[in-house]
Design a binder for this molecule. Structure first.
Ligand SMILES: Nc1ncnc2c1ncn2[C@@H]1O[C@H](COP(=O)(O)OP(=O)(O)O)[C@@H](O)[C@H]1O
Ligand SMILES: O=C(O)C[C@@H](O)[C@H](O)C(=O)COP(=O)(O)O
Length: 336
């Protein structure tokens, strides 16, 4: 059963709008940040990670965003280009804004946290006028990420992109990507998340992220089916609720709840799971696979990334995901 169809005549498979940042991942793991002395620099930012994942899986991709006019901004642009990600709509800030930094703390495979430096971050300064309609018109999929809704003018830029995406028939994916520190009030957060979600075909988020969106509703049991059902009255065709290690569930407008096999992983750190899952899932759906097979692919991609040190640089190729699934099926990989 096909729930989403893609306009096959479009040359660009995937475009994402949102933040391009830097991850600084602790080299000395299994200790608190206070005791960490060295970090490795990677491109980061959830929508950037997902786009890198799509590019690694062999798709034609492009990014819509704003980078700082400094060494970090140039590092990001160069990395995207080396990964064959289109940068014609990556705008360079001219106001002295800086690149957002995410320092990661890896205390144990289950206890990880992120310390963000995002004052005057360039990515939140993308304006609606800077969003290229011509680029979105070429894309089969447009992915938006919730953090870009946190402040103006990037909030309006996302709504502008949504409007272009709708006009040109792109399948719109919303990765909720809720990061509380960029928002000022719970009511504002829920309002803008809900306004954006109404326009999207595929919505992906964790249980906690959907809880945040349900601020004005009642769902005391935190029932995933109730959560998903609301969105089928708007544009949604697939709603996925992620539950960390326990896996995820996808609902479709016919009321079916789709579950997929999850895989064991030798976990180094937990972050990056959602981004790699999103890339693997969207890739699968674009291949015309079932929801279950696409979820399985996303889960395997997530296992590869959480078993690695980085998020972006560890995004797997299709051959790596296939190999991981085969090795799991042969019982060669066990959980840490
Ligand atoms: N410890 C784990 N072992 C195996 N798979 C995992 C683990 N943690 C996450 N995953 C996979 O990654 C997916 C997304 O992870 P989740 O933690 O829910 O998202 P996010 O990173 O956005 O919080 C899960 O549905 C699951 O398939
Ligand atoms: O999104 C960020 O700004 C930081 C990411 O690059 C980071 O590594 C991360 O948190 C990944 O997020 P997840 O996939 O939702 O775990």
């Amino acid at each position: 059963m096909t729930y989403v169809s893609f306009l096959q005549d479009k040359p660009l498979d995937f475009a994402a709008i949102g933040r391009l940042c830097i991850d600084l991942n602790a080299n000395e793991i299994h200790r608190p940040m206070e005791e960490t002395m060295t970090f490795t620099k990677y491109v980061g930012g959830s929508p950037a990670n997902i786009t890198i994942g799509m590019a690694r899986l062999g798709l034609q991709t492009a990014f819509i965003g704003k980078i700082a006019n400094d060494q970090m901004g140039r590092f990001i642009a160069d990395y995207l280009q080396r990964n064959q990600i289109g940068t014609t709509n990556v705008v360079t800030d001219q106001t002295g804004a800086v690149t957002g930094l995410a320092f990661t703390e890896i205390k144990s495979p289950t206890d990880c946290s992120i310390l963000m430096y995002r004052d005057n971050a360039a990515d939140l300064l993308l304006t609606p006028a800077e969003v290229q309609e011509s680029l979105i018109a070429q894309a089969k999929v447009l992915l938006i990420s919730g953090t870009a809704l946190a402040q103006s003018p990037s909030r309006e830029a996302v709504f502008q992109a949504l409007s272009y995406g709708k006009k040109h028939g792109a399948v719109i994916v919303f990765d909720l990507d809720y990061r509380p520190y960029t928002w000022t009030s719970a009511e504002e957060t829920a309002t803008y998340y809900n306004l954006a979600a109404e326009k999207c075909d595929i919505i992906l988020g964790t249980r906690e992220e959907f809880d945040m969106m349900e601020r004005f509703e009642t769902n005391p049991e935190k029932d995933d089916r109730i959560t998903a059902a609301k969105w089928f009255d708007y544009s949604a065709k697939i709603v996925i609720i992620k539950h960390g290690k326990e896996g995820s569930i996808a609902y479709t407008p016919d009321g079916v709840g789709h579950r997929a096999k999850s895989f064991p992983a030798k976990v180094v750190k937990t972050f990056g799971a959602g981004d790699s899952y999103a890339a693997g899932f969207i890739y699968g759906i674009m291949q015309g696979w079932t929801i279950e097979k696409s979820m399985e692919y996303g889960s395997a991609a997530a296992c590869i990334v959480i078993s690695s040190h980085s998020c972006s640089d560890a995004m797997p190729t299709a051959a790596q995901v296939d190999d991981y699934i085969e090795r799991c099926n042969r019982g060669e990989i066990t959980a840490s």
